[in-house]
Design a protein around this ligand. Structure first.
Ligand code: T1G
Ligand code: NAD
Length: 694
C-alpha cells in the first residue's frame, strides 16, 4: 500500500491496482483527493504489472461530490476534468466500486470509468442544482449517453438520487455486488480482463441520445412540466440547456458548453445563496453547549394532545417515521373529526400515487385516538397542541405531570406563549420544551425547538434528535413572544396592515412577495393558517388589528371558512380579491384619517422585509437565536423564504446593512414612527461596514 496523498492510497491486488479515497466525512473531491487520483492513475497506468484499476472509497460513502468549501476560492490543479480525462483515456479498464452516495463530482468520476459496480444500498445522483449549479465535470454530457435524455433531465433538474436497482435498470451501473466491495470490484475487473471486454468510454456512446436528436419538443415539454417547481431558480434552465448540448453537439463541444453554463451559475447570486444555505442548514444542528454525546430519550412511543389543525399533522409525522402515536382529545366527536382529517390527508396522498392503500392502513394503524389520558402514561414524548390559551395549556401540563412517565419529554406546540410559564405548571420543568411545528405540520419541514430556562441538555438533545427522525429541520431558539419566526412575521404583518390602509390592495402586497419568490403573500398565508388563531391570540393579549378583527367578526377565518382577506371558490385554494374586504379597508382608513395613495413595488418590498431583518438583529442581540444563519434556516423551511435568496439575514447582507439601515431611517423620518428605529446591532454593523454573517 502506497500513500499517494493524505487522502488517496494505491494498493495492488494481483494485477489490479486499487485506488482508495479516504477523506472523511464524505470523501469530497478536495484538491489533495484530485492530486492523489491523478498521480495514482499515472502510476497504475505506467506499471506494467497492472492490467486494471479499481477506484473505491473508505468510510461511510463513495465520493459525495466536489468539495463545496473550495468553491469561490482560486482553483488548484489538477482540475476534476483533468482527472476524469485521465480515467477515461486510461489504456487499462477502470472500475468504480460504489457504496453510500455517489453524488455530483463523485458520480462524474464513476461516469469517466469504463465500468461501475455498486452495493444494494448505494445511491446515485447529481444534486448540483440544489446548490444553484449544474454538474460541471461532464455529468451533463456523459449521463444522457448512458440513461437517455429524458432520464438525465429528470435526474439533473430534480437533483434527487436513484437507488442501485434503478441504476442497474437504466444502465448506470453494470452490476450490484455484495460482501467486501473492494474485493468485488477487483473480481469484476478480472472478469472484464478475462472476457476481453472493451474499454467502454461513455463519451463515445450515442445510441441513448440519438432518439432525442433534432427533437426540441422533448425539451420544451420538459420545461413546461417543471415550470412550477423551478420558478425563480436560475440553475434548472442551464441544466436543460446543457443536456440539449449533449444531444445536439459532439462530446468535446458539449463539454465546452457545459463549462460556460456552469461558470455562469457559479458566479450567480442564486448559487452563492444556495451554497451558503447548504452549510447554514448543517450548522443549525449544532448546539454549542449540548455536545453530540449528550444522552437522549429513546422515542419508542409518542403522544399528541389535541387533534385539531396541528395535532393531526404532528401525529402523522410520527406515524410516517414508524413510531406509534396516541392522540388525546376532549371529546369523541372532536377526535373522530381530527382523525378523519388525518385519514383524508393520507388517502389524498395515495390518490396522487405517493402512498399505497396498504401504506395508508399501516400509518393509520400506528395512530390511536382516545379521550382516556391514562393511555399515554408510557409515552416517551408528549406534544401538546390544544387551544392557544395559557390557562388551558397549564391545566394540560399539570395533568401530564401527574400521568406521564418520569423520563418523558413534555413538549408544547404553542406558537406564542411563554414556555417557562407553561413549564411552571409541572414539577419537572427540566423535561419541558417547546416544539413549534408549522402548518401543515405533516408537510412543513421546519421545527422550531424552544429551549426553556430550565429545559435540560438531554431534553434539548432529544427534541433535536426527534426532529431529524421525523424528517424535520430542527432549529433551537429561546423563549420570547413568537420565538424567532412568528416574532419577525409579526413585524412584517404590522407593515402589511399599514400598506393596505395606505392604498396597496392585499393582492398587490401579496404579489410583491410572490414575485420575490415566496410561495404566497402575507394575506393569503394568514388565510391558510386561519385568521381565528391570530384573533384568539389578540383577544387574549387585549390588542387589536382593525381590518383583521372586522374580517373575523364576519366569521371569515380564511380558507377554512371559504373567505378571509380573499374569497375562495369551493374546494379551491386560489385567493380571489373581494370588494367586501376592500370596503372594510377603505372604511378603517377613513376612520383613522389615513390618506390613500399608489405605493410602488420597491417600497412595499422594503417595508415588508426590512422590519423582519431589523427584528432579526434584535433576536441575535438577545441571544434568542444562536446564529444569524439559524434565522435564515427558519425562514426558508418555515415561511417559504426563497432558498436562492439565502434567507433574510443573508439577503440583507447582500444588499448591505448600511443601505437597509439608511432606508429605515428614511421611513422613520417620513412616517415619524419609531417602528423604523434600527436595532443597535444593525446600526453598529452598518457603521462598521460589516454584515450579520461576518
Ligand atoms: N463538500 C464539502 N463538505 C461536505 C460536502 C461536500 N460536497 N458534503 C458534505 N459535506 C460536509 C457537511 O458540511 C458536514 O460537515 C459533513 O460533511 C457531513 O454532511 C463538479 C460542482 C453526502 C448525502 O451536493 O448531500 O460535485 O457539518 O451532515 O446527512 O459537478 O452531505 O459535519 O462540519 O450532510 O449524512 C455535489 C452534498 C457537490 C452533496 C451526507 N454534491 N452532500 O449527508 O451528512 S457540487 C452534493 C450531501 C459538485 C461537480 C459539482 C450530504 C450527504 P459538518 P451531512 P449526511
Ligand atoms: P385547533 O383549534 O385547530 O385545535 C385545538 C384542538 O385542541 C381542538 O381539537 C380541541 O378540541 C383540542 N383541545 C382543546 N383543549 C383540550 C384539552 N384540554 N384536552 C384535549 N384536547 C383539547 O388549533 P390549532 O390550530 O391546531 O392550534 C393548536 C396549537 O398549535 C395552538 O397552541 C396554536 O397556537 C399552535 N399552532 C398553530 C398553528 C396554525 O397554523 N394553526 C401553527 C403553529 C402552532
Amino acid at each position: 500500500m502506497t500513500k499517494i496523498t493524505q487522502s488517496v492510497d494505491l494498493d495492488r491486488r494481483g494485477h489490479v491496482a486499487v485506488l482508495t479515497v479516504n477523506n472523511p466525512p464524505v470523501n469530497a473531491l478536495s484538491s489533495h483527493v484530485r492530486q492523489g487520483l491523478h498521480e495514482g492513475l499515472i502510476q497504475a497506468g505506467s506499471d506494467a504489472a497492472v492490467q486494471a484499476v479499481v477506484i473505491a472509497c473508505a468510510g461511510r460513502t463513495f465520493i459525495a461530490g466536489a468539495d463545496i468549501t473550495e468553491f469561490g476560492k482560486p482553483p488548484t490543479e489538477p482540475s476534476l476534468n483533468a482527472v476524469l480525462d485521465l480515467i477515461e483515456n486510461c489504456p487499462k479498464p477502470v472500475v468504480a466500486a460504489i457504496h453510500g452516495t455517489a453524488l455530483g463530482g463523485g458520480l462524474e468520476v464513476t461516469l469517466a470509468c469504463h465500468y461501475r459496480v455498486g452495493v444494494k444500498g448505494a445511491r446515485f445522483g447529481l444534486p448540483e442544482v440544489k446548490l444553484g449549479l449544474l454538474p460541471g465535470a461532464g455529468g451533463t454530457q456523459r449521463l444522457p449517453r448512458v440513461v437517455g435524455a429524458q432520464k438525465a433531465l429528470q435526474m439533473i433538474v430534480s437533483g434527487d438520487p436513484i437507488g442501485a436497482d434503478e441504476a442497474l435498470k437504466v444502465g448506470l451501473i453494470d452490476e450490484i455486488v455484495d460482501g467486501d466491495l473492494t474485493a468485488a470490484g477487483v473480481a469484476f475487473a478480472e472478469k472484464v480482463l478475462a472476457e476481453k471486454r472493451p474499454l467502454k468510454k461513455i463519451r463515445d456512446l450515442t445510441d441513448k441520445i440519438a432518439p432525442a436528436k433534432g427533437k426540441p419538443e422533448i425539451f420544451a415539454e420538459f420545461r413546461k412540466s417543471v415550470a412550477r417547481q423551478t420558478r425563480g431558480f436560475r440553475a434548472p434552465e442551464n441544466c436543460i440547456k446543457a443536456v440539449e448540448a449533449a444531444v445536439e453537439l459532439p462530446f468535446d463541444q458539449g463539454i465546452k458548453r457545459e463549462r460556460e453554463l456552469f461558470t455562469e451559475l457559479m458566479n450567480s447570486p442564486e448559487s452563492k445563496a444556495q451554497r451558503y444555505f447548504f452549510f447554514a442548514e448543517r450548522e443549525a444542528a449544532k448546539i454549542p453547549d449540548v455536545p453530540n454525546n449528550t444522552p437522549v430519550v429513546d422515542i419508542k412511543k409518542a403522544a399528541v394532545i389535541g387533534a385539531g389543525t396541528m395535532g393531526g399533522g404532528i401525529a402523522m409525522n410520527f406515524a410516517n417515521a414508524g413510531i406509534p402515536v396516541t392522540v388525546v382529545e376532549m371529546a369523541q366527536e372532536a377526535l373522530d373529526r381530527g382523525l378523519g382529517v388525518v385519514r383524508k390527508n393520507y388517502e389524498a396522498t395515495a390518490a396522487r400515487g405517493r402512498l399505497t392503500p396498504a401504506d395508508v392502513e399501516k400509518r393509520m394503524g400506528l395512530i390511536q385516538g382516545t379521550t382516556d389520558w391514562k393511555a399515554i402514561a408510557d409515552a416517551d414524548i408528549v406534544i401538546e397542541a390544544v387551544f392557544e390559551e395559557m390557562p388551558i395549556k397549564k391545566e394540560v401540563f399539570a395533568k401530564l405531570d401527574a400521568i406521564a412517565k418520569p423520563d418523558a419529554v413534555l413538549a408544547t406546540n404553542t406558537s406564542t406563549l411563554d414556555v417557562d410559564e407553561i413549564a411552571s405548571a409541572t414539577k419537572r420543568p427540566e423535561s419541558v420544551i417547546g416544539t413549534h411545528f408549522f402548518s401543515p405540520a405533516n408537510v412543513m419541514r421546519l421545527l422550531e425547538n424552544v429551549r426553556g430556562a430550565k429545559s435540560s441538555k438531554s431534553t434539548v438533545a432529544t427534541a433535536m434528535a426527534v426532529g431529524r427522525r421525523i424528517g424535520k429541520v430542527p432549529v433551537l431558539v429561546g423563549v420570547c413572544y413568537g420565538f424567532v419566526g412568528n416574532r419577525m412575521l409579526h413585524q412584517r404583518g404590522l407593515q402589511a396592515e399599514k400598506l393596505i390602509l395606505e392604498g396597496a390592495p392585499p393582492h398587490q402586497v401579496d404579489k410583491v412577495l410572490t414575485d420575490f419568490g415566496f410561495p404566497m403573500g402575507p394575506f393569503a398565508m394568514s388565510d391558510l393558517a386561519g385568521l381565528d388563531v391570530g384573533w384568539r391570540i389578540r383577544k387574549g393579549r387585549g390588542v387589536t388589528s382593525a381590518v383583521a378583527d372586522r374580517i373575523c367578526e364576519l366569521g371569515r377565518f380564511g380558507q377554512k371558512t371559504g373567505a378571509g382577506y380573499f374569497r375562495y371558490e369551493k374546494g379551491e385554494r386560489a385567493p380571489i380579491p373581494d370588494p367586501v374586504v376592500e370596503q372594510i379597508i377603505a372604511d378603517v382608513a377613513k376612520e383613522q384619517g389615513i390618506a390613500r395613495r399608489q405605493i410602488g413595488v420597491e417600497e412595499i418590498q422594503q417595508r415588508l422585509l426590512y422590519p423582519m431583518v431589523n427584528e432579526g438583529a434584535k433576536i441575535l442581540e438577545e441571544k434568542i437565536a444562536i446564529r444569524a444563519s439559524d434565522i435564515d434556516v427558519i425562514w426558508v423551511y418555515g415561511y417559504g423564504w426563497p432558498i436562492y435568496r439565502g434567507g433574510p439575514m443573508f439577503w440583507a447582507d447582500s444588499i448591505g446593512l448600511k443601505a437597509v439601515r439608511d432606508q429605515m431611517l428614511a421611513y422613520k423620518k417620513q412616517s415619524g414612527d419609531d417602528f423604523w428605529t434600527p436595532a443597535p446591532l444593525l446600526d453598529r454593523l452598518a457603521e462598521a461596514g460589516k454584515g450579520f454573517l461576518g
